[in-house]
Design a protein around this ligand. Structure first.
Ligand code: NAD
Length: 456
């Protein structure tokens, strides 16, 4: 996808964002961060890890809330609220995206930062975890208003972030163009060019080849590896994708090219279903031209070209498919629907799509869940490559980026898969166990009670 396409997605004013459940509360109304750290205790129980390390990870190291006065095109002023949470920096500078969404909350940003810490440890890159967000519906802003907001966010955050301390990136409803504005604003404040302060930038401004589709590609690497392990052929694999933005589109495109049957996709407006499988490149073209999937089934000629039934986002999750890919927002699979999920495999490309209390229901029913901290780690991995290239003053070829990404994803996938099989635990528990072992080693290397209570 080009930057212009990505920009137009962010600028989509025709569609309103609707979520099937609030991203800041789990299905039972509990806090997202409390739900996220609950998995620390579950995984920590089976591990030889110092309890101090687990305790440390339950508390983000720093949180900043800012007000961003933003001038609207009609001359009025809107004061928007933004957050940045740095969860843990024991293994390196913190790293994580910035989300623009009306339902952003500090609690949600804390959970997203925690997942980044675990993800960076699991994929073994020298970063801790962070996340940021602004409470705003970017679809209501003009391009100029969006630029003012993005620059305003950096003006308020400039002392909190930096290439050696905390490095932002894109997330939901932010894109390469937004990252470019943010890097430019930071550079102006610092009075020198600082490309390594942010990743996911446009290629001409120091972005990396292969960053745009890195998250979807990393998920695709996991799915092909899993198919290989399960001995399942692509042509026999029906895939449903919830969320047809950057991540969902990239994964669907790569799977389709490999012969997988992408039978259902959805966006915030609803979804479409075609049991024989879609021609994904046409779907992407229609979605990005019309800015909504509805156009795929409601406008004359396209209607005739693509014969599809409409489904709601809730129905899509419960379709009879072989692989379900949540690639939208959090808390989509909960106790409310876990028992009705028919897909035997879920690959979590969204962050936190499954609540912790849905895990046992899925496990009991034998559903294999490739967890978010593994499945969507491709984005931060290529962000790390971008940061590395910026610091080296070099740019790698697309083949080099793909080769290095695949090596990272396959290695992490195999480690998690083998551990899960060997110890008869879920892929999620195995992924957390692997991440926590690395984090525990780093935290313990700074000294814990057992070290300090020894006599000199
Ligand atoms: P995006 O803004 O490009 O796309 C989000 C898509 O989700 C849009 O098509 C939107 O219409 C759709 N959507 C919103 N609400 C929905 C709903 N209730 N049901 C179905 N679809 C809905 O965002 P993205 O970058 O593709 O991110 C998607 C998910 O992947 C997020 O959870 C994000 O945190 C996660 N993620 C993204 C990256 C990355 O590199 N962009 C990395 C890791 C994880």
């Amino acid at each position: 996808m080009t930057d212009a396409d990505a920009s137009s997605r962010t600028q989509d004013r025709d569609t309103s964002s609707r979520t099937t459940s609030s991203p800041t509360k789990d299905a039972n109304g509990g806090d997202v961060f409390a739900d996220a750290v609950r998995r620390l205790d579950t995984a920590g129980r089976h591990l030889d890890i110092d309890p101090e390390a687990i305790e440390r990870l339950k508390h983000p190291r720093a949180m900043l809330t800012v007000s961003i006065p933003t001038r609207m095109d009609d001359g009025s002023l809107r004061v928007l609220t933004g957050y940045r949470v740095q969860h843990d920096n024991t293994r390196g500078p913190t790293k994580g995206g910035i989300r623009y969404h009306p339902e952003v909350s500090l609690d949600e940003v804390k959970a997203l930062a925690f997942w980044m810490t675990c993800k960076c440890a699991l994929i073994d890159i020298p970063y801790g975890g962070a996340k940021g967000g602004v409470i705003v519906n970017p679809k209501e802003l003009s391009r100029l208003e969006l630029e003012r907001l993005s620059r305003g966010f950096i003006q308020q955050m400039a002392d909190f972030i930096g290439p050696d301390t905390d490095i932002p990136a894109p997330d939901v409803y932010t894109n390469a163009m937004v990252m470019g504005w943010m890097m430019d604003e930071y550079s102006k404040i610092m009075r020198r060019r600082v490309p390594d302060v942010i990743t996911g930038k446009p290629i001409p401004l120091g972005g990396s080849l292969g960053r745009e589709d890195a998250t979807g590609r990393g998920g695709y690497n996991c799915i092909t590896r899993l198919s290989h392990r399960l001995g399942k052929a692509p042509a026999d694999t029906r895939v449903a994708v919830q969320g047809f933005g950057n991540v969902g589109q990239s994964a669907a495109r790569l799977l389709h090219a490999d012969g997988y049957r992408v039978v259902a996709v959805s966006d915030s407006q609803g979804g479409i279903y075609q049991p024989d499988g879609f021609d994904v490149p046409s779907l992407i073209q229609f979605k990005n031209e019309s800015r909504e999937l509805k156009a795929v089934y409601c406008s004359g000629s396209v209607c005739e070209m693509i014969n599809a039934a409409t489904v709601t986002n809730e129905e899509l999750l419960e379709l009879d498919v072989d692989v379900l890919i949540p690639a939208a927002l959090g808390n989509q699979i909960s106790t409310a629907n876990a028992a009705r999920i028919r897909a035997p495999v879920i690959v979590e490309l969204a962050n936190g799509p499954t609540t912790s209390d849905a895990d046992p229901i899925l496990n009991e029913r034998g559903v294999l869940v490739v967890p978010d901290i593994l499945a969507n780690a491709g984005g931060v991995t290529v962000s790390y490559f971008e940061w590395t290239q910026n610091r080296q003053g070099m740019s790698w070829s697309i083949d080099e980026v793909h080769r290095r990404l695949q090596a990272k994803m396959v290695s992490a996938f195999d480690t998690v898969y083998d551990k899960a099989r060997h110890e008869e635990i879920s892929l999620r528990d195995a992924a957390y166990a692997e991440a926590l072992t690395r984090l525990g080693a780093a935290i313990s290397a700074q000294g814990t009670q057992s070290y300090f209570e020894q006599p000199n």
